[in-house]
Design a protein. Sequence first.
Length: 402
Amino acid sequence: MNAPDTTYFRKGFGLKQDVEATLSADYAGQLVDLLRARDYRLAAGDVTVRLAKEFGFCYGVERAVEYAYQTRHKFPDRRVYLVGEIIHNPHVNQRLREMGIEILLPAGGVFDYSAISADDVVILPAFGVTMTDFQTLRDKGCVVVDTTCGSVLNVWKRVEVYARDGFTSLIHGKYYHEETRATASQVEKFPGGTYLVVRNMDEAHDVTEYLAGRGDRAAFLAKYGRAASAHFDPDVHLRRIGVANQTTMLARESLAIGEEVGRAMTSAKGDAYRAENFRTFDTICSATQDRQDAVNALLLEPLDVMLVVGGFNSSNTLSLAALCAEKVRTFHVEDALCIDPVRGTIRARDTVSGAEVETADWLRSGAVTVGLTAGASTPNNKIGDTVARVFATRGIDPMSIG
Ligand code: SF4
């Protein structure tokens, strides 16, 4: 019998009870508990806050953060590194730094592991890491604590099967995002495995145009050089396509992209060809889907303004903000500090340009209903702080709400 591997851990260390109190102290939110208890609605004075019924930390994030805490607890005297951010929330990452976990940041998309030795411990984030990074770390002999989310692993399996069967993985995602980089690298498990990443429907149209014979090879390669395998050739690698997606994209858009590309293949080559050479599989994770469904349900209610709380680099938060902005005046804030109750201002990321913009008098006067949701990487205490500042903007102390 092989000796158990003592350098690779995927399920934590069984120390949940040891870190539970610290996790709760760091991230629980009293106001969020109150909102939940009051059917996701809190009213005081002429301000009503309505919270989406699914919001904030997802199962993958909870697990990754808990494993990071367990790791620190298990190895109090070892150097502990984290490959990139554990999740896209500045407060959570800062808290890990305070616990003595060193976050490695990539330069030009490349991590430098030269400082790591066999005596060290390395945590892999919920997004996963590329196959090359994984192998480099395993070769070092250090302890690897892998917190890659199970939903991300499902996408990897899908992409792996596409590569095995000679399909190019067409990934709806952001080519520079950690998760998509890790997912795309899975094609390398098979010689000739190929991927192409498209960010949105506009970019998917470049693919459908190419399938229709209206593409320009050089222009295509120039545009997608960084978003595709090094050997990608549209003349060769768009013949067989399998669609997958980064788990946190807008589900509706992912679905539409799959349909458009499939339709384009039918138009170009016929039904029989498509049946043989096109596959699509929705790999949006259930947490992302639940949060998007919940915010869509909330948007059916009369709201004056919508607040979306989450990191400006958090993909699932950006998707939520985009959905809200279609229906109501929306402010995507990184955290409560973006709201200044004294000056009556809010600093938010513009959902179209991506620029940070400060708006005065954002709550306006009179009775107001504020909708609220938060991305999968936003802890409850940060959501609660945001609620508190909304009320404070109208001079109301939310802790006085009985
Ligand atoms: S957003 Fe989805 S894939 Fe990402 S960590 Fe959460 S559950 Fe996992």
